[in-house]
Design a protein around this ligand. Structure first.
Ligand SMILES: [Fe+2]
Ligand SMILES: [Fe+2]
Length: 349
């Protein structure tokens, strides 16, 4: 019988749904025909350092007790419109604190992670038995399924930002394996600097036996800063939408930082502004230095050093640095879109 009146239609939908089907048109009416234009209720999301830091300090008073599940002191930023423990649907981020003398159990997991160092010296992250000593502004990679641990040998309180592809790997793909190393610490299998010596730092790379695609790497702040300051002297390198911008590449492949994540650092000289654009990739920003504001979907996010904010996908945005040069660290999920030809961007003018 043709579904020609309300009663008949209701019966049709009931039979359809009870057989675990739905009309494609029902999806369109639920999401809107152009999903890209689906606006978030509140695109502006920022975690200000002046709110985060006191809570992180308070967390240092909680005793570490692995039996109670308190293995490390990480505060995870929970974004609106994102899944459990995610800042944006594909990625998670937060801050972690390691007091002098503390260490974290060696472990590995499917999710790939990055650390961007905020404060303190004397700690290292060891990846696959190679110690990567961390200083403020350094970027450290712990690629997926690599053994990693943290240890603070110094006398300073060390804090870093964690970033993970956890929304994508754990929530979308259900790649949720996690394993503790049989001992608390992994043997020190390699001397400091082993991976950088093996694969170089980007200008040349070994030919022939290409190393594995994911590597335990550290990108020292001094190198990133010097590259951006060199760019600043060459006005033709100014990108109208991102200012002076570098990507942390995999020196073995020339590809993105990790298969699922791209990390970047941009320099916005004092008083400069970028033009507005939007893209399908999601960005998590952390202000390393400077102050200014970012217009996200018409909302003005004022930021200063230490603040963390989100630019969700397909939202118009532009940046302005105010009284001093601003260095913005960011991570994005563009490498997930690109292999499938799904990435898109649009400029306002
Ligand atoms: Fe981990
Ligand atoms: Fe952008």
């Amino acid at each position: 019988m043709a579904a020609t009146n309300d009663t008949a239609l209701a019966g049709f939908y009931e039979r359809l749904h009870s057989n675990r089907m739905m009309g494609l048109w029902e999806m369109f009416s639920a999401y809107g025909r152009n999903v890209r234009d689906g606006k978030l209720a509140e695109p502006a999301q920022i975690w200000r350092w002046r709110d985060v830091y006191p809570l992180l300090m308070e967390s240092t008073e909680i005793a570490l007790d692995p039996r109670a599940g308190v293995e490390r002191r990480n505060l995870v930023f929970t974004g609106k419109d994102a899944g459990l423990g995610s800042a944006v649907p594909t990625m998670g981020c937060g801050v972690q604190s390691l007091l002098p003398g503390e260490s974290a159990q060696c472990h590995r997991h499917d999710a790939a992670a990055i650390r961007f160092v905020i404060q303190g010296k004397g700690a290292y992250t060891a990846v696959e038995g190679e110690r990567l000593y961390m200083e403020p502004g350094d970027l450290v990679l712990t690629p997926h399924w690599t053994w990693h641990e943290h240890c603070n040998e110094g006398d300073e309180h060390v804090i870093w930002m964690d970033g993970l592809d956890s929304g994508f790997s754990m929530m979308y793909l259900k790649a949720q394996a996690w394993e503790a190393y049989p001992e608390r610490r992994h043997p020190e299998d390699h001397a400091v600097g082993y991976t950088r010596r093996r694969v170089g730092t980007g200008l040349v790379r070994p030919v022939g036996r290409i190393p594995e695609p994911t590597l335990p790497l550290i990108y020292p702040w001094a190198e990133t800063r010097d590259e951006l300051l060199r760019q600043k002297e060459q006005k033709e390198l100014w990108d109208p939408y991102d200012g002076f911008l570098v990507e942390y590449v995999n020196p073995a492949t020339g590809g993105s930082t990790l298969p699922t994540l791209s990390c970047r650092m941009q320099l916005l000289p004092a008083g400069s502004s970028t033009k507005s654009h939007r893209h399908l990739s999601n960005y998590i920003y952390r202000v390393f230095r400077g102050n200014g504001w970012t217009d996200v979907g018409g909302q003005r996010l004022e930021w200063e050093a230490g603040d963390c904010f989100i630019v969700p996908q397909w939202i118009w945005h532009s940046h302005t640095a105010t009284s001093e040069d601003a260095f913005l660290f960011s991570m994005n999920d563009q490498p997930i879109f690109e292999p499938f030809g799904l990435h898109a961007s649009e400029a306002a003018d």
